[in-house]
Design a protein around this ligand. Structure first.
Ligand code: CMC
Length: 427
């Protein structure tokens, strides 16, 4: 018999099993708590709650470790490709060469979108935020691909996963093209996943687009670093939406909506805007002072994390990549100097040390994306494109889990107790 946690509540004893994962903190299984005690647990923001079992991603926030299916993120970022990581997350193991080729071919063959989907874009204003367009267009996919929305059929689940991974670059590039008034480009199946996306984004029909291998490699690395991140807000949103049996396209659209928030994926856009606003390193102390001021809602964007109380390992990779990419492209951007100096000053300041606030994935990614040529409004779209792999993998894992139930949290009710209706004339 494993360890049990004993609880006495209202004079009644009860016991709860302790579950152990492969690594990481143990979990107290409180599923029978309400039945045994009549009480709920209270955990706003889910800071102490494991909402599911998962075999995809492991984070040790204190040690700054991130593993996908056991493989450290820095090894994946340095040595693998986004297609490999996508395969790994979806299928559990790194692909053999033939598997990778077959998977890449499958994804490539799903990159086109229904021609009628293009007319959706015309319904948006040209200055619409591309994340608003993403929420709408991805949500609409279920209307175009109903033949893969039977969530109880494993084959259809996998087809919809492939469709989502494949079509997201096309949809994202179209959102960008629409915003600048250029024609959409059809995907090209002879290019890599990332090369194809770059061409659809920055190419024009009037001439050949030459893919810069430096940019392609940097973009692929950024996609790898954003592919999955355990039960974060948007992934939990996808799981919660999916727990009701909603189709995968609708669930991913829900994830995109959640990701957009500045506390989550929207932070990459906010971080670069902040760095540009700071402008020069001499203005950093003013912003550090604002971040520390309790009466000022300002936060250092790209700093802090719910789980990492150490350097975000993705930020370590990106800080190095930012220098490499800018050097290789021959770009000198004062924003990178400001970012480095801000990091240096913040990490020597007792406020940031005491609260264990370190740069996160969003701190340096914007510097690279801006060097590649993306406007800030596209940053979170790129995050969504890459995270789609994690979202669909988590969604498939959830649907296949025999313990899966509709997600239905309870509450601590603080409103009025029952009272009688008063007629309008008597109020
Ligand atoms: N700048 C200044 N102070 C901060 C910051 C920051 N970026 N982040 C946290 N704090 C302070 C906060 O004021 C609080 O202080 P106190 O204990 O005195 O009230 C303490 O640190 C703990 O903060 P919290 O808000 O309770 O922590 P959380 O785990 O709920 O929030 C977070 C995590 C990421 C939302 C938060 O750190 C934040 O808002 N950071 C800026 C936005 C950002 O960069 N988000 C991207 C996260 S990584 C990628 C992703 O998930 O999409």
């Amino acid at each position: 018999m494993g360890e049990k946690v004993k609880l006495e509540f209202g004079g009644k004893p009860s016991e709860y099993p302790v579950l152990s994962g492969t690594v990481g903190p143990d979990v107290i299984d409180i599923r029978k708590l309400y039945g045994a005690t009549g009480a709920f647990t209270y955990d706003p923001g889910f800071t102490s709650t494991a909402s599911c079992q998962s075999a995809l991603t492991y984070i040790d926030g204190d040690a700054g470790v991130l593993l996908h299916r056991g493989y450290p993120i820095d090894q994946l970022a340095e040595r693998s490709s986004f297609m490999e990581v996508a395969y790994l997350l979806l299928n559990g193991e790194l692909p053999a060469k033939a598997n990778l080729e077959a998977f890449s071919r499958t994804i490539t063959r799903h990159t086109m979108v229904h021609e009628q989907l293009a007319s959706f874009y015309a319904g948006f204003r040209r200055d619409a935020h591309p994340m608003a367009i993403m929420c709408g267009v991805v949500g609409a996919l279920s209307a175009f691909y109903p033949d893969s929305t039977d969530i109880n059929d494993p084959k259809q689940r996998m087809i919809s996963a492939h469709r989502l991974i494949a079509k997201m670059p096309t949809i994202a590039a179209m959102a960008y093209k629409y915003s600048i008034g250029q024609p959409f480009l059809y995907p090209r199946n002879d290019l890599s996943y990332t090369g194809n996306f770059l061409r659809m984004t920055f190419g024009v029909p009037a001439e050949e687009y030459e893919i810069d291998p430096v940019v392609e490699a940097a973009m692929d690395k950024i996609f790898i670093l954003h592919a999955d991140h355990e039960q974060n807000a948007s992934t939990s949103t996808v799981r919660l939406a999916g727990s009701s049996g909603a189709n995968p396209f609708a669930c991913i659209a829900a994830g995109i909506a959640c990701l957009w928030g500045p506390a989550h994926g929207g932070a990459n856009e906010a971080a670069l805007n902040m760095l540009r606003e700071i402008g020069t390193p001499d203005r950093i102390p003013e912003y550090i002072a604002r971040a520390k001021n309790k009466d000022d809602p300002f936060r250092l964007m790209g700093f802090g994390h719910r789980v990492y109380k150490n350097y975000d390992p993705r930020a370590t990779v990106l800080a190095k990549a930012a220098t490499e990419v800018l050097d290789k492209l021959g770009i000198s951007d004062p924003v990178l100097d400001t970012a480095r100096e801000l990091e240096r000053i913040a990490l020597t300041d007792p406020y940031f040390i005491d609260k264990k606030l370190y740069p996160n994935v969003d701190f340096y990614s914007g510097v690279i994306l801006s060097a590649i040529g993306f406007p800030t409004t596209m940053f979170t779209v790129l995050f969504a494109l890459a995270r789609t792999v994690g979202w669909v993998s988590q969604w498939i894992e959830m649907i296949s889990d025999p313990e899966q139930k509709i997600g239905r949290p309870r509450q601590l009710y603080m409103g009025p107790a029952q009272r009688d209706y008063i007629d309008l004339a008597n109020r």
